[in-house]
Design a protein around this ligand. Structure first.
Ligand SMILES: Cc1ncc(COP(=O)(O)O)c(C=O)c1O
Length: 420
């Protein structure tokens, strides 16, 4: 990078003199503004202030973070600035001048997930990460991959497309929508394991009803049996603290555009040091033989302003803090649930305990079709949620995120009561 800067400097000085070069000095990056976000305050007015960081379309009450997260203003501004800088001197920033900044983002992601930066690749989304894993293996006929019935298509289709034609067996345990304990879930996975099992691919948090799956327990079980664990972290990263070394999985793919509020089309991929050599880049181009994890993220020209925007999103997350975000998520969940206590017109379809669900709750309005409830909620009240009809849920998937205040939750609960 330095030699490229020197080259540009001498080339430009030679052609047009130092006055021209001085206009072309590397543009400083816009660092996220220090705000009162970092305050220890935990009052409702603090969370109102957090909400102000996320301007929404007028009249919209957004409870649909599980589908896609918004970016706060500082992330939008930083990303726009990166785009501007890039467009002022495209070749310079795309190939070389932002190498250090990209490494900083990798470090920030590693810090968030408690991993080494040598275990983090900056990719586009969870779908890519799950494809990367499934594509890497050359499984033999009869080898088995465990994929529970609640897995997202991003986790299942890659196994079907890249591996099923080879005669592998996809083992699909059925998960209860309301498990009573972690042990109940672990025992379901345990029963699905056979001597032919090679991989368990599972969500950190399922997108259907927000159930948290016991990654740590399953990873321990799997590793005792020589099985790899691939985790779809699309709904986990950013909502819950994720210490991946402690969780022990081999791979973790996350879409930072959900609960980390990054620009769209960026994601974080983790591969445990010991399991990294098994992975092959999905796209091969210059850099594919790199011995480090960087070989998994080379696409030649790519969305660098968004990747650096992820850095701004990680800074935003750090300013508030993972502990505080996780605690607020549970606070909102329990506040929301308390609004329907003892009310027979409603039925929760997400497991109650904090070990088994967090910021995604599915709620059925008893006796009403979920699609009609969702329409009414949006058309009359401006509330966006996701209807979930599969697995007999017939409930609204309500995402509770840090920009949803208790006043917003009151508004949602009252609207639902009106509809019921
Ligand atoms: C559990 C889960 N996995 C994967 C995805 C796909 O995410 P992306 O489109 O960002 O790859 C989603 C999206 O909703 C999801 O909920």
């Amino acid at each position: 990078m330095k030699s490229r800067r020197m080259f540009i400097k001498s080339a430009l000085t030679g052609i047009a003199g130092s006055a021209l070069f001085s206009n072309l000095e590397a543009r400083p990056l816009v660092l996220p503004a220090k705000t009162t976000l970092a305050s220890p305050d935990n009052t409702e007015s603090y969370w109102e202030m957090v909400k102000q960081q996320f301007p929404f379309a007028s009249g919209l009450y957004y409870f649909n973070n599980g589908s896609l997260g918004p970016s706060p203003t500082m992330v939008r501004s930083a990303t726009n600035e990166y785009r501007k800088i890039l467009d002022e001197f495209p070749s310079r920033y795309m190939w070389g001048d932002w190498d250090d900044e990209k490494e900083t983002v990798r470090k920030q992601a590693a810090q968030l997930l408690n991993t080494s930066e040598e275990e983090i690749a900056l990719i586009h989304n969870t779908t890519e990460g799950m494809n990367l894993i499934a594509r890497s293996f050359d499984l033999r006929p009869g080898d088995e991959v465990i994929l529970a019935d609640h897995e997202h298509t991003s986790g299942t289709i890659p196994w079907q497309v890249w591996q099923e034609t080879k005669g592998i067996k996809l083992v699909k345990p059925v998960l209860p929508i309301m498990p009573s304990s972690v042990d109940e879930l672990v025992s379901i996975y345990k029963k699905a394991i056979t001597p032919r099992t090679k991989v368990i691919s599972m969500c950190h948090i399922v997108n259907t009803n927000g159930m948290i799956l016991p990654i740590k327990e399953i990873s321990e079980l799997a590793h005792k049996n020589g099985i790899l664990v691939a985790v779809d972290g699309a709904q986990g990263a950013g909502m819950l603290k994720a210490d991946l070394h402690d969780m022990g999985c081999d791979y973790y793919a996350a879409s930072s555009h959900k609960w980390l509020f990054s620009p769209k089309g960026v994601g974080i991929f983790y591969a445990r040091k010991e399991s990294q050599h098994l992975l092959k880049p999905l796209i091969v181009c210059k850099g594919h033989t790199d011995k480090t994890i960087r070989r998994l993220e080379n696409y030649n020209t790519r969305n660098l302003p968004e990747v650096l925007g992820l850095g701004a999103a990680l800074s935003f997350h750090q300013l508030i803090g993972s502990d505080k975000i996780e605690a607020r998520t549970f606070e909102l969940k329990n506040y929301f649930k308390s609004k329907f206590e003892g009310n027979s017109k409603f039925r929760f379809k997400s497991p109650a305990s904090n070990q088994l669900s967090a910021g995604i709750q599915v709620l059925e309005v008893v006796g009403q079709d979920v699609n009609e409830v969702q329409d009414k909620l949006f058309n009359k009240y401006g509330i966006d949620t996701r209807p979930m009809a599969t697995f007999g849920l017939n409930g609204l998937r309500i995402s509770l995120s840090i920009y949803n205040t208790k006043t917003d939750v009151d508004y949602l609960a009252n609207a639902l009561k009106d509809i019921s």
